[in-house]
Design a protein around this ligand. Structure first.
Ligand SMILES: C[S@@+](CC[C@H](N)C(=O)[O-])C[C@H]1O[C@@H](n2cnc3c(N)ncnc32)[C@H](O)[C@@H]1O
Length: 421
């Protein structure tokens, strides 16, 4: 570990203060901080990013460890000393006796005194919901701890432009450490965080950044050439691009979303991808008249629903502090309404897939079970069966349920349904 210095510490503290106001997501706060401080060297930037994300990831435990004074400075000091530094290393930044005593106290703190949720680095309400769903304390701990680790960088190869092996050869030549993803046939996992978006592989559309869980979702939707498909909550189009690729740029793929801004972010990605079968359309709501016109006509509909994002804490640790049991109540209402509306598009014999990047049962099977009870024309197809048909060796039962401590990707959920009448 490089020695601590004042300049670095104070810069990290500045950025951390901004991030802890939760006015914007932590990665946006950092990008702005780096833009406003262009003279920071790469080592300093690295330290600042590690510190901001590190404190966010461990903030529940750090808050308890710090006690009454959990100011950004104290949190940062506590994070540094819990990270394995010794007291002497703090001489350049700590001169007051009370802070030295604080550091010694933090070092000696016994983690066993924390609650289960604090040890798992999850909000209490998340811990309680997981416990109520029957998850064991050990499983909650290992899930929470895995969600508190930094995520690797997963890429999806756009096989319409290049084969996975050819991309691997280029990455090899660049000296990037990588391996094929364990389950997705078009995924690659990179160690570290190389600036891959500056490389021609990215700018020319041969790769996209996409977590492996999302890649598997495309296989669950399983669109075929020439089909009529809708990505109902397309956002910036991560899944749309994948579905378009699986359709070999044929048929018609509607990319709906209520957010103009998100759909605008799809445009450059679409241009890079080379796809010509995608129709982005902003809708007013899930009941937009354009939706009604397509009722009963589509082969496949994906609902990648707005959710708490609790499965993506490795990348967005600040979501722990932005979401609450009440915000999930509101999301539940949206999820129910969107799924019911999107279902109307599916033709008899067609497929409906509901997905979230959440680990909370009430955003996942809770929504699907209620939908199936209210819509007897639909039935569940076991996700394990669909994955087997797609030659993916992964069986998580009726639903696709991915957890970082088991599968190495973000927390993720998907259910596949078919319309029989
Ligand atoms: C989980 S994100 C989708 C991410 C996207 N599928 C991707 O792969 O990048 C959920 C999206 O649902 C959109 N959304 C929210 N309410 C909606 C509604 N009523 N109808 C359609 N989309 C909606 C949000 O704007 C957001 O882009």
């Amino acid at each position: 570990m490089p020695p601590l210095n004042q300049e670095q510490f104070h810069a990290a503290l500045d950025a951390l203060r901004n991030a802890l106001s939760f006015a914007a997501p932590a990665d946006a706060v950092l990008s702005r901080y780096f833009r406003e401080n262009p003279k920071l060297g790469s080592q300093n930037r690295h330290f600042i990013a590690e510190a901001v994300f590190g404190v966010m990831r461990q903030k529940f435990a750090l808050d308890r460890i710090c006690g009454e004074d959990n100011s950004p400075r104290r949190l940062l000091l506590a994070w540094l000393i819990r990270g394995g530094r010794n007291l002497r290393e703090f001489e350049p930044i700590v001169s007051r006796e009370d802070e030295r005593a604080f550091l010694a106290g933090v070092k000696a703190f016994k983690l066993e005194t924390l609650t289960l949720a604090e040890r798992a680095e999850l909000p209490e309400w998340v811990g309680s919901e997981l416990q109520a769903s029957g998850m064991s304390d050990d499983d909650i701990l290992s899930l929470g701890r895995a969600l508190s680790q930094p995520a690797p960088l997963d890429l999806r190869v756009n096989t319409l432009k290049m084969k996975r092996e050819a991309v691997q050869a280029e990455l090899e030549a660049l000296g990037y450490e990588h391996s094929p993803t364990p389950y997705s046939p078009f995924g690659l996992r990179l160690a570290g965080k190389p600036a891959i978006n500056r490389h021609t592989l990215f700018t020319e559309g041969a790769i996209e950044v996409q977590d492996e869980g999302s890649q598997l979702l495309g296989l669950l939707v399983g669109p075929k050439r020439g089909e009529m498909v809708a990505d109902f909550c397309a956002g910036a189009g991560g899944k749309t691009l994948l579905l378009g690729m699986l359709m070999a740029s044929s048929g018609r793929l509607y990319a709906f979303d209520v957010s103009e801004k998100r759909l605008a972010n799809l445009k450059p990605r679409l241009a890079r991808s080379g796809l010509s079968n995608v129709q982005p359309q902003r809708i007013e709501s899930e009941n937009d008249s354009r939706i009604k016109r397509l009722a009963g006509k589509l082969d496949r509909v994906l609902v990648d629903a707005p959710c708490s994002g609790m499965g993506t804490l490795r990348r967005n640790p600040d979501l722990k502090f932005r979401q609450s049991a009440t915000s999930v109540d509101e999301l539940n209402q949206k999820q129910t309404a969107i799924l019911a509306s999107a279902a109307r598009l599916v033709k008899v014999g067609g497929r409906l897939v509901y997905a979230t990047c959440s680990i909370l049962p009430r955003e996942n099977q809770g929504i699907v079970e209620a939908f199936l009870a209210a819509h007897p024309g639909f039935e569940l197809i076991p996700a394990s069966q669909v994955l087997k048909e797609q030659r993916v060796d992964l069986d998580t039962g009726n639903y696709l349920q991915l957890h970082p401590q088991i599968h190495g990707c973000d927390g993720f959920f998907a259910a596949v349904m078919t319309r029989k009448a």
